[in-house]
Design a protein around this ligand. Structure first.
Ligand SMILES: CSCCC(=O)C(=O)COP(=O)(O)O
Ligand SMILES: [Mg+2]
Length: 228
């Protein structure tokens, strides 16, 4: 990493800022439990109906019943599929959980101080996650460390493309209007880092407890090991 040239940092969430176990053992089961009733009660609401139609398109069955759509969504949660309408609906369900205080967004202890320091140093901070932009804002807005959303300049989800495709990172660079080599991408997933590197970004792999270091990208175990 050529540290002096970093002008913006784009961070992944799961496995990077946030424990994978929080996502898989708190958020996903909450959505699994609450989604059926939420959809039965809100299927006619325009924002929900739009996502249900998108699920039917992905199922290649425009006439699929609500029951069949719900079964598909639950299967996608079970198999951790990063399907855009599922992610949008999960975000809507999690909003209730955060607002009721059922959980707060997990952040590793080293994350908030580093984000604050980088922002104070003039770096622009962005999030790129498979979770919807609404879900990202909720996690950082209702985080263990309070509302961190003022630290971020923007959020990207799968509407910009999938995280293992270089084209998604090219679009992010265009949106940031910065040279690709001045943007640093942080993730725990080597394939995501490969894609960001192909788009010209700098990369750093977060190797949190329980995850494996790769060999293709520089590695750190905590945000406070990153000196820009
Ligand atoms: C935005 S919090 C929920 C994260 C999520 O739904 C997910 O699938 C994790 O994706 P990531 O790209 O952050 O690994
Ligand atoms: Mg990740």
């Amino acid at each position: 990493m050529s540290q002096s040239t970093v002008r913006a940092i784009v961070t992944d969430i799961e496995g990077t800022t946030t424990d994978i176990n929080f996502v898989h053992n708190v958020l996903f089961p909450y959505a699994y439990a609450k989604l059926p009733d939420f959809l039965c009660e809100n299927a006619e609401a325009p924002a929900v109906a739009e996502q249900l139609d998108a699920v039917r398109r992905d199922m290649q069955d425009p006439e699929a019943t609500l029951e069949a759509v719900i079964a598909t969504l639950l299967h996608w949660i079970d198999t951790d599929q990063k399907v855009t309408p599922l992610k949008a609906l999960q975000g809507m369900v999690w909003a209730d959980g955060y607002q009721r205080g059922d959980f707060t967004g997990h952040l590793y202890a080293d994350v908030a101080p580093a984000l604050r320091q980088w922002q104070a140093e003039g770096k622009a901070l962005y999030v790129y996650s498979s979770g919807s932009v609404q879900a990202q804002k909720l996690l950082f807005g209702y985080s263990d460390e309070g509302d961190l959303t003022p630290l971020f300049s923007g959020y990207f989800d799968t509407h910009i493309g999938h995280k293992r495709e270089a084209a998604a990172y090219q679009r992010i660079v265009e949106a940031l209007d910065l040279p690709a080599e001045s943007v640093l991408f942080l993730s725990d997933v080597v394939e995501e880092l490969d894609a960001a590197q192909q788009a010209g970004m700098q990369t750093l792999q977060l190797v949190r407890e329980g995850t494996q270091a790769g060999t293709r990208h520089p590695c750190v175990t905590r945000f406070d090991e990153i000196h820009l």
